[in-house]
Ligand binder design. Structure first.
Ligand code: HEC
Ligand code: HEC
Ligand code: HEC
Ligand code: HEC
Length: 368
């Protein structure tokens, strides 16, 4: 073939055509189409901007709708503990409201399976099914979140639907990743690194960060207080783990780093956004929920629900947030089910005593 006076073989034309096709496929499948919307979240000129794509936001809005509440029932005037045989948590709730809540729980957690997902139909009082035992503990966990963790969930709070969204197993749960099952060499298997893992958005960062930071309470700080080496012993390895967690948090909320940080100084609290303080409490809340509620349930779960190292399912930021900066875009379901906010006295876990670091005095950034 003769193009612009240059003789080109047919094979070369096909090769060029195929490369162009591959290039176009990569461009169209990995980039999002403009226009995008930019939202400034810090002071003017500091470049703290979130980028939203209208099509993604529309899809998120559609999949984050709250199911309509059931009609209210007239109270029976009888407490559940008197009306039923084996009520341990919702004792003081009116027995009719109790049934309305059972209906809602079924819609939120097991709509396909119905009451029998947790109940022996012959004997509703029986605790034979593990799902009922777990569900009772979940009621206490929800009470703990709504009653003791207002530093994070505010008055918006959570219901079973926040995490379950009509599934018995919430979409975003995690297990410990096996760390040293393979010999470690250049690929740093021992650090659980270099595996494309969705936990850290397919980056080469360590992929077992959740067990260190959201189940155990390992130190997240890595940046020293001054420009000179002054006793900060944190290594690059530790920084990688911190970054792994940060990538995970950003992905879970569908935001980038500047949603919480002014990236010129990641560690400085008074240049961070108020959301960083909410997130600080969120980390402590998730640790509390995993250690007080999910971990102790490990023995209750059947073997097929356990992870590769025999640990139980655990929750993370995305379990509630599902890729959105406020779960269900901040809509509260509690006004329709106030009992889920008022059973806090039955939560056995101690009230959280942690407070953010002393230097945490963030001022709200003005949007100008
Ligand atoms: C996701 C699990 C789950 C589902 C689904 C569920 N329940 Fe329950 N149910 C529970 C738990 C947990 C208790 C015990 C509550 C407590 O101890 O405070 C309970 C207790 C009861 C009791 C009291 C039984 C007794 O005598 O002690 C009744 C009645 C009941 N449920 C009815 C229903 C009905 C009707 C449905 C379906 C519309 C339903 N439940 C669906 C978890 C569930
Ligand atoms: C903060 C998130 C969260 C909330 C809120 C929550 N759950 Fe769960 N739930 C979980 C996680 C995580 C699991 C473990 C998943 C698994 O079973 O593998 C779980 C498991 C369960 C299971 C066991 C399902 C199975 O098949 O193994 C039941 C039943 C359940 N939850 C009921 C409830 C009920 C009822 C409520 C509301 C009172 C509730 N949950 C609220 C996170 C949550
Ligand atoms: C949702 C809020 C949020 C987002 C998004 C976020 N961070 Fe963080 N970041 C925090 C909080 C809270 C801490 C402090 C954690 C603690 O000490 O418990 C922190 C700590 C850090 C630290 C350690 C600072 C120090 O004092 O040593 C670094 C570095 C960091 N973040 C980097 C990032 C990067 C990079 C991103 C984006 C990939 C990011 N963060 C996204 C909330 C966030
Ligand atoms: C139990 C459910 C739950 C879990 C788990 C959870 N959050 Fe949240 N989070 C909420 C709710 C509910 C709100 C909304 C509170 C409000 O509007 O006042 C919220 C709000 C936030 C906000 C403030 C958003 C804004 O625009 O003001 C940040 C930041 C945040 N969460 C970060 C996190 C991080 C990081 C994690 C994991 C370490 C996490 N959350 C885990 C329920 C949860």
């Amino acid at each position: 073939m003769n193009i612009l006076g240059v003789k080109i073989g047919f094979g070369l034309v096909i090769a060029i055509g195929l490369s162009a096709l591959v290039f176009l496929i990569i461009v169209f499948s990995t980039f999002q189409r403009p226009p995008e919307k930019q939202v400034q979240i810090g002071y003017r000129g500091v470049g703290m901007v979130e980028v939203f794509h209208p099509s993604t936001v529309a899809a998120e809005l559609a999949s984050n709708q709250v199911p309509p509440p059931d009609d209210k029932l007239d109270p029976s005037g009888q407490k559940s503990s008197e009306a039923y045989m084996n009520v341990q948590v919702l004792k003081d709730l009116d027995s009719n409201e109790f049934l309305r809540l059972m209906n809602a729980i079924t819609t939120w957690v097991a709509p396909q399976q119905g009451c029998v997902y947790c109940h022996d139909q012959e004997n509703m009082a029986s605790d034979a099914l593990y799902t009922k035992v777990v569900a009772r503990r979940m009621l206490q966990m929800v009470a703990n979140i709504n009653g003791n963790w207002t530093t994070h969930v505010g008055t918006v709070g959570v219901t079973c639907y926040t995490c379950h969204r009509g599934n018995p197993v919430p979409q975003n749960i995690w297990f410990n990743n096996p760390r040293s099952s393979e010999p470690h060499g250049l690929s740093q298997d021992k650090l659980a690194k270099n595996y494309a893992s969705p936990v850290v958005d397919m980056s080469s960062l360590p992929n077992d960060v959740l067990s260190d930071y959201l189940d155990h309470s390992d130190e997240i700080r890595v940046i020293g207080g001054s420009a000179l080496p002054d006793g900060n012993r944190h290594s690059i390895k530790q920084a990688e783990w911190t970054y792994g967690l940060m990538v995970h948090m950003s992905e879970s909320l569908g935001v980038n780093c500047v949603f919480c940080h002014n990236s010129r100084a990641f560690s400085v609290w008074d240049q961070s956004t108020p959301q960083r303080v909410t997130a600080w409490y969120g980390i402590r809340m998730v640790r509390d929920l995993n250690t007080q509620y999910l971990d102790p349930l490990t023995k209750t779960f059947p073997a097929y629900r356990l992870g590769p190292t025999g640990d139980g399912p655990k929750l993370e930021c995305g379990t509630c947030h599902n890729g959105v900066y406020k779960p269900l875009f901040g809509v509260s379901m509690l006004p329709d089910y106030p009992e889920l906010a008022s059973i806090s006295q039955t939560a056995s876990a101690a009230a959280p005593s942690a407070a953010p670091p002393a230097e945490a005095a963030p001022t709200a950034p003005a949007n100008q």
